[in-house]
Write a protein that binds this ligand. Structure first.
Ligand code: COA
Length: 150
């Protein structure tokens, strides 16, 4: 697998991006304002992430996704570790990520990659999404905020 920056003239892998965030409006904004990276294997895009500058010296890792047939093989962890290295190379001091309270696998993955929980944005998903979201039998209501120093 190779991970590379997506050129500005290339079409972003929207289907994959939307598997990490069902809001097309949000995804379009992230892609426009951030830097997208894709993971390719055998000429096919199997993964994606976006680095979104937020505050001075801080970048947020958004829309990490691996295509369904390729999940559980370590690619997600490779993408997150790549994003952390890339953010450091680009001179950022802090990398942040947010995920739902019901996203148990993601919370495990991010903590395995060195992120620490730093806060909770209560009822974020109730305020920002019109549809109710359920995962692992849990309603997704709160955004768990995680961060790590670079
Ligand atoms: N409990 C404990 N650990 C868990 C876990 C759980 N319930 N679920 C996953 N993990 C661990 C894995 O064991 C692995 O750790 P290890 O390498 O130490 O064994 C790690 O998390 C990630 O595994 P990996 O195979 O690299 O992940 P992946 O390739 O399946 O990618 C996602 C992870 C989240 C990117 C992928 O599932 C995906 O694209 N999901 C849909 C989009 C999405 O939800 N994006 C995130 C939005 S916040």
């Amino acid at each position: 697998m190779i991970i590379r920056k997506l050129n500005k003239d290339e079409h972003p892998p929207f289907e994959l991006l939307l598997s990490a965030d069902p809001s097309l409006e949000a995804v379009e904004k992230y892609v426009e304002r951030g830097e997208s990276f894709v993971a390719e294997q055998g000429g096919e895009v199997i993964g994606v992430y976006v680095l979104l500058p937020t505050r001075p010296h801080t970048v947020e890792l958004v829309n990490v996704a691996v295509s369904e047939g390729q999940q559980g093989k370590g690619f997600g962890k490779q993408l997150v570790m790549h994003a952390i290295r890339e953010a450091g190379k680009e001179g950022y001091q802090t990398i942040e990520i947010g995920t739902g309270n019901s996203s148990i696998g993601q919370l495990a993955l991010y903590q395995k990659c060195g992120f620490r929980v730093v806060g909770v944005d209560a009822d974020f998903f109730i305020r920002h999404y019109s549809e109710e979201i359920f995962e692992n039998g849990i309603q997704c209501r709160d955004m768990i905020r995680l961060s790590q120093d670079l």
